[in-house]
Design a binder for this molecule. Structure first.
Ligand SMILES: O=C(O)[C@@H](CO)OP(=O)(O)O
Length: 247
């Protein structure tokens, strides 16, 4: 059986402050580090031995991956970072508190910005210092590919080629692969893997640092997917993520 584990990063400073984060490069909190180490312990207890790992260009994901590999004593494995696994770009919403934004624009509008399939928040201005075109880490990427905002649809359009052309084909080389990324970039990949509709994907909320295992047969067809951990606790964590956009 071949397996890919998808893992959202541990709690970040802006998760704690309930702010729209997107491409802002915030660090993990102490709790986030603990969550990441616990995810590593869980994976170790399940006997995972990863052949390769992938993550984004954002430190909350990179550090979560490092914590997991530390617990597995697998820090030596090849790791590939790619901007295509970054979080959905939240445009001008980045930095705003989600509850305050709901109080100002209404919960329904915030839900549309957070969970609709094809509505993107307003884009960052070209001269906004947060515009990715000023960030040296994206210097090698053609400007027209760098987002100033994104819907989930646009997030999928830039993440999926990397998934399909780079990550997934590696399953023919390695039995177990780890992908550490973000709530929405992973929702996009899960939508693709499970054939979830544009409407139904709005209901999926990924908790921080809970390993989500996907099992594939010899023909690389998906046979089973499940979270590691206590189902009731995971359900509550998912509900809490959904409620972050409430007043
Ligand atoms: O702010 C963000 O970048 C994301 C993930 O933390 O939040 P949301 O769950 O609102 O899409």
């Amino acid at each position: 059986m071949k397996k890919i584990v998808l893992l959202r990063h541990g709690e970040s400073a802006w998760n704690r402050e309930n702010r729209f984060t997107g491409w802002t490069d915030v660090d993990l909190t102490d709790k986030g580090v603990e969550e990441a180490l616990k995810a590593g312990e869980l994976l170790k207890a399940e006997g995972f031995r990863f052949g390769k790992a992938y993550t984004s260009y954002l430190k909350r994901a990179v550090r979560t991956l490092n914590c997991v590999l530390d617990r597995l004593d697998q820090e030596w494995i090849p790791v590939e970072k790619n901007w295509r696994l970054n979080e959905k770009h939240y445009g001008v919403l980045q930095g705003l508190n989600k509850s305050e934004t709901a109080a100002r624009f209404g919960e329904e509008q915030v839900h549309i910005w957070r969970r609709s399939y094809d509505v993107a928040p307003d884009p960052l201005a070209e001269d906004d210092p947060r515009n990715p075109r000023f960030d040296p880490r994206y210097a090698g990427i053609p400007d027209e590919e760098l987002p100033r905002t994104e819907s989930l649809k646009q997030t999928i359009e830039r993440a999926l080629p990397y998934w399909q052309c780079v990550i997934f084909p590696e399953l023919s080389v390695h039995d177990e692969i780890l992908v550490v990324a973000h709530g929405n970039s992973l929702r996009g990949i899960i939508k693709h893997l499970k054939g979830i509709s544009d409407a139904a994907i709005s209901e999926l909320n990924l908790p921080t640092a809970v390993p989500y295992v996907f099992e594939f047969d010899d023909k690389l067809r998906l046979v089973k997917d499940y979270f590691l951990g206590d189902p009731e606790q995971i359900r509550k964590l998912m509900e809490a993520v959904a409620n972050q956009g409430k007043k």
